[in-house]
Design a protein around this ligand. Structure first.
Ligand SMILES: Nc1ncnc2c1ncn2[C@@H]1O[C@H](COP(=O)(O)OP(=O)(O)OP(=O)(O)O)[C@@H](O)[C@H]1O
Ligand SMILES: [Mg+2]
Length: 362
């Protein structure tokens, strides 16, 4: 363990993404928070697979470089897990005492956990008693190899891990929960984070998570499509992708021929179809329970959401309000650095993690 000069702990929010590793440190500032430090480094190729750190050495090196370059002298890290095998589900089960549920949680969770429950960390929270004899329970499960491989690299980079959060919880905290101007916070929203390898979709109803699903598609899927079709190298495909504007696909008149956009369109449509499938699934569960609680707003985050016009295109396809939100859209966050972080679209996970160091919002 490393101690800062006064023996006080200092925290960094660390988002170990498939595309980049992001670090955020915050300080209290008035009634909000100032981002005092933030930085990111590219994730070394093939070092994270489905959330598991499979190349620890290059990751540790990248983390050390990141902390040094951004002058982050933290003693502790708050990290998160995400991916297809991380489960967040609000389930309705027969009412039982908490102690009984604790004993049978593995059995309950076993219905939803795709991998072995013995290889997962499982937590639960009783969220309410909607009708006599029933209770709603939020079950959260994460594979041990994802959690432990992440803790190991932090520890090798000199950071003690005290909290392991779930990625969509961190996004919700930084983009919605702490934002007094988020008028949709008491409605049912879909949090959609488009990363490089995965897109996570969570439905949150007035602050309560109903479900999270991870779709194995993201920004990299789009880059790969351009790369394959036009025989481009990674850099050119990535640069080309960033120049495309999806609003062209919404024009009334016949759009000018834009081959890259045409190559991309089916992949974007496929991702939107998967998002819709998740929302439909949520909806069917709600209807089954006799409480239609439709999603009103999609809150879009992650680097993949930077694609110009994606929000408009998605709004049209899903017939829902879609908002692209970064942490600097939240008026309680300010930025203390000199560079321009835009709206902080990629920083929602790391910032939400950094917030965990402040007990008032944890
Ligand atoms: N201007 C842009 N236009 C289109 N895509 C972009 C733009 N900027 C970044 N991206 C894409 O965003 C993705 C990276 O997003 P992000 O940093 O949120 O991913 P990550 O968190 O590292 O990955 P994951 O969440 O899958 O672990 C990349 O695929 C990148 O191509
Ligand atoms: Mg991410």
């Amino acid at each position: 363990m490393r101690l800062s000069p006064f023996g006080k702990k200092s925290y960094v929010g660390l988002d170990l993404g498939h595309h980049s590793i992001k670090a955020v440190q915050i300080d209290r500032s008035g009634s909000g928070w100032r981002i005092t430090k933030r930085d990111e480094v590219p994730t070394p190729p093939d070092s994270i697979k489905d959330g598991v750190i499979v190349g620890p050495d290059p990751i540790v090196e990248a983390m050390r470089h990141l902390l040094k370059a951004s002058h982050i002298h933290a003693t502790s890290a708050v990290i998160s897990v995400a991916g297809g095998s991380v489960v967040v589900r609000n389930v309705r089960i027969p009412k039982m005492p908490e102690a009984t549920l604790r004993r049978s949680i593995k059995f309950e969770a076993g219905r939803y956990v795709p991998t072995s429950v013995d290889d997962s960390y499982i937590e639960f929270e009783i969220v309410g008693y909607p009708e006599p004899g029933q209770m709603d329970v939020l079950i959260v499960a994460a594979p041990k190899d994802i959690v432990e491989s992440r803790i190991r690299v932090c520890s090798a980079a000199g950071l003690e891990v005290e909290i392991v959060d779930i990625e969509p919880f961190a996004v919700y905290r930084s983009l919605v929960e702490t934002d007094p101007s988020a008028h949709y916070s008491d409605q049912t929203i879909a949090l959609v984070d488009i990363g490089a390898n995965t897109t996570s979709v969570s439905v949150v109803s007035a602050g309560q998570f109903s479900m999270t699903r991870s779709i194995p598609q993201g920004g990299r899927t789009f880059t790969d499509a351009l790369k394959g079709y036009f025989k481009l190298n990674e850099e050119d495909a990535e640069a080309g992708k960033r120049q495309l504007d999806l609003r062209e696909l919404l024009l009334e008149e016949k759009p000018a021929e834009n081959p890259p956009l045409r190559v991309l369109q089916p992949h974007i449509d496929e991702l939107i179809r998967e998002i819709r499938r998740s929302l439909n699934y949520y909806q069917s569960q709600q209807t089954e329970q006799g409480q239609p609680n439709p999603v009103t707003t999609v809150v879009l985050s992650g680097g993949g959401a930077r694609m110009p016009g994606l929000d408009e295109y998605m709004a049209k396809k899903l017939n829902l309000e879609v908002r692209t939100v970064g942490i600097l859209d939240n008026p309680r966050f300010s930025y203390g650095g000199t560079d321009d972080p835009g709206t902080g679209l990629e920083l929602s996970v790391a910032s939400g993690l950094a917030l965990r160091a402040y007990p008032r919002v944890a």
